[in-house]
Design a binder for this molecule. Structure first.
Ligand code: NAP
Length: 277
């Protein structure tokens, strides 16, 4: 029986077992997917010896994504550019492959809920310069965005990302955000602001074009203040839950051989689990 896991420390609150359990059941696959606590001190050796632990692959979450990156023998382009691995699998030759599927998850969510969202997209504003921002910048560049502005509380981190991703990415100070909003086709929040227990994200959307798409990768609460404000002024919005669901798709396909779908039913199950439906 093929067995996969979500690994991290702590790992108790992960929604991944629910997501993969749903797909295993839906497809009648006799496999399993469990939550496995892996402390960072032992992470590198754990990932380098997955078969000895009975796993064909795994997801990787905080704080082990860089350990997984270092353990992988082969990295895809997304993992290389993002600099972190959230999905590991052994290929037919037993080689440990690593990918980062957060960017694909971000794209899959928008593609599903707002088809053609990127059709005329050129300019995006990304709020934040942490791990998730790296994945989203990679995703936007892969879709042909030519100007990706990065605004972050700590400007140096935004500049570091812009240097890393090259000339189509530009670091801007938080203070100049208002001016830049007028040019954007897409606004993405990748900071933890607006998340339950965190301060609200306070930005003035006055200059934002009504045709711009606004999305927030924070999914608890589902409707963040940013999304509410944007909806009220007539912008199209997409919440962040689908990113969590879509980022799981490539791993399931690698481990269990079937490409699963993100269905409305799966979304409802996760919302119920989160006490949001
Ligand atoms: P991270 O690496 O810790 O980065 C956090 C970001 O938030 C940084 O840009 C940080 O700015 C900013 N920030 C935090 N507190 C702030 C404050 N008080 N004021 C201004 N900026 C603040 O975290 P991450 O992994 O990128 O995750 C960010 C958020 O995305 C989390 O809420 C996470 O749950 C969510 N997320 C969602 C998905 C999904 O599937 N939907 C996937 C990944 C992450 P500084 O650089 O100045 O500290």
């Amino acid at each position: 029986m093929r067995k996969a896991a979500v690994t991290g420390h702590p790992i108790g609150h992960s929604k991944s077992p629910l997501i993969h359990g749903y797909w295993l059941k839906q497809h009648g696959i006799e496999g399993s997917y469990v939550a496995q606590d892996v402390p960072p001190e032992t992470a590198r050796s754990f990932y380098s010896s997955l078969p000895e632990h009975g796993f064909v692959g795994c997801n990787v979450t905080i704080p082990n994504k860089e350990h997984a990156y270092n353990a992988a023998e082969k990295l895809d382009d997304a993992a290389k550019m993002i600099g972190a691995v959230n999905t590991l699998w052994l290929d037919e030759n037993g080689v440990l492959n690593g990918s980062n599927t957060d960017g694909l998850g971000f794209l899959g969510n928008l593609d599903q809920l707002l088809p053609n969202w990127d059709k005329n997209g050129n300019k995006a504003i990304v709020l934040g310069a942490g791990g998730a921002a790296r994945a989203i910048i990679w995703a936007l560049l892969s879709r042909g965005y030519t100007e990706v502005y990065i605004a972050n509380r700590t400007m140096e981190k935004a500049q570091k990302l812009a240097d890393h991703f090259g000339p189509n990415t530009i670091a801007i100070s938080w203070d100049t955000l208002g001016e830049k909003l007028g040019e954007a086709d897409l606004l993405v929040n990748t900071t933890s602001l607006g998340m339950t227990g965190q301060p609200e994200l306070k930005i003035d959307l006055d200059n934002l074009s009504k045709s711009a798409v606004v999305t927030d990768i924070v999914y608890s609460p589902l409707q963040t203040e940013l999304l509410r404000d944007a909806t009220e002024r007539g912008n199209r919005t997409v919440d962040g839950l689908g990113m969590l669901l879509h980022q799981a798709v490539p791993g399931f396909e690698k481990w269990f051989g079937v490409r699963p779908e993100v269905t409305g039913e799966l979304r409802k199950i996760i919302l119920r689990e989160m006490g949001l439906a």
